[in-house]
Design a protein around this ligand. Structure first.
Ligand SMILES: Cc1ncc(COP(=O)(O)O)c(C=O)c1O
Length: 354
């Protein structure tokens, strides 16, 4: 198996340059949450620290109930569906093609790199596709990601309906990665499950608490959708492990029961997006998509590395768009995962010119 070179190594020299800025680096290259895990969630983890027995792979009764409730009340799932907690969603993305024995996997042409990595681990053929599913070839598995990492693009209702039709047309699986759905901005993202009219055949939605609840260090995520697919994945996991630790299951249950902390977090990202976008606009960057989620996707119609270099001279580290596919090579991705103070300072450095 030949995996791609780890792209972040090529960004390291720009990080070194940004670190030389007299006021230090502002790292906007990684979508890793920096705001605290809400205290009520931390407490829930602490209260479960006595955990001598193996956790249940399918999730505790309380967690399963919380996942079902979240799926129907927040995501709009109807009809027959099942749920399954996973250790993070990166792990699920990386192993799903192997577990499903997929031979051909469709991924978005500009995408989170792990979709391709997962397909390569499974030794599957990878095909990059556009948004319009009416043009997609047949395959065993297809990934969509709304809102997208890196572009912040939100799939429209008609785009999602085309994807659903593709999924229903044969023995295939459509996996909709929706980990940024909790963060609307000028666009309001929604789950594919709200459009299936209760027939979830061949469809699973992938959700994560990493960003929703600043939970990335806990590694808690889940899938919801077609019961037969989830049953198959559960059977494999019963043999293969990857059980979510019990304290994390309990913290997930607590976190899923509250939406107010999610709304507060979404507001923080909205404000940070506004501040950064205005600054980047002033110096000639054009922002495309970026209507929800965690990122700004911008271009100055120059090579992505030129833009990364320009920002590194101001002590700011962004990600070159080519990390996400060759169609991204004139773009940069700016993550909104820095404190308000750092975002304000980054905006000042950009508009001030140093
Ligand atoms: C689109 C997308 N999917 C999945 C993940 C993985 O998140 P986690 O493994 O923390 O659930 C990320 C992380 O950045 C992501 O951007």
């Amino acid at each position: 198996m030949k995996l791609p070179d780890f792209p972040w190594d090529t960004l390291a020299p720009y990080g070194d340059r940004a670190r030389q800025h007299p006021a230090g680096i502002i790292d906007l290259s990684q979508g890793t949450p920096v705001d605290p895990t809400p205290e009520f969630i931390q407490r829930s983890l602490q209260e479960s620290s006595n955990s001598p027995s193996y956790p249940v792979t399918a999730g505790t009764a309380q967690l399963r109930e919380a996942l079902r409730k979240y799926s129907s009340e927040i995501l709009g799932a109807r009809g027959d569906f099942d749920v399954l907690p996973t250790i993070g969603s990166k792990e699920l993305v990386a192993w799903l093609p192997t577990f499903l024995e997929s031979k051909t996997v469709l991924i978005p042409e500009i995408a989170y790199p792990s979709y391709k990595v997962g397909a390569l681990i499974a030794n599957a053929t990878v095909k990059e596709v556009g948004i319009d599913a009416t043009t997609w070839p047949t395959a065993d598995l297809a990934w969509i990601n709304t809102p997208s990492n890196p572009t912040g693009r939100v799939h429209s209702e008609s785009e999602l309906r085309s994807v659903i039709s593709w999924a229903r047309n044969g023995n295939r699986v459509l996996a909709s990665d929706e980990c940024y759905v909790p963060f609307p901005d000028s666009d309001t993202p929604f789950s594919i499950l709200s459009l299936t009219d209760g027939d979830n055949t061949n469809i699973i939605a992938v959700h994560s608490l990493s960003k929703r609840s600043n939970f990335a260090g806990y590694r808690g995520a889940f899938i919801v959708g077609d019961s037969a697919i989830i049953k198959k994945l559960l059977e494999i996991r019963k043999h293969a492990g990857m059980m979510v630790p019990l304290p994390v299951q309990n913290a997930m249950t607590t976190a899923l029961g509250d939406e107010s902390h999610v709304h507060r977090q979404a507001e923080l990202y909205r404000q940070r997006r506004k501040v950064m976008r205005a600054a980047l606009d002033k110096v000639g960057f054009v922002t495309e998509f970026s209507g929800a989620g965690l990122y700004l996707w911008c271009t100055r119609h120059e090579s992505d590395w030129e833009s990364v270099s320009w920002l590194a001279d101001r002590g700011i580290l962004a990600t070159p768009g080519s990390f996400y596919g060759s169609a991204g090579e004139k773009y940069i991705r700016v993550a909104l995962t820095a404190t308000d103070e750092k975002i304000r300072e980054a905006a000042e450095r950009i508009t001030r010119g140093n």
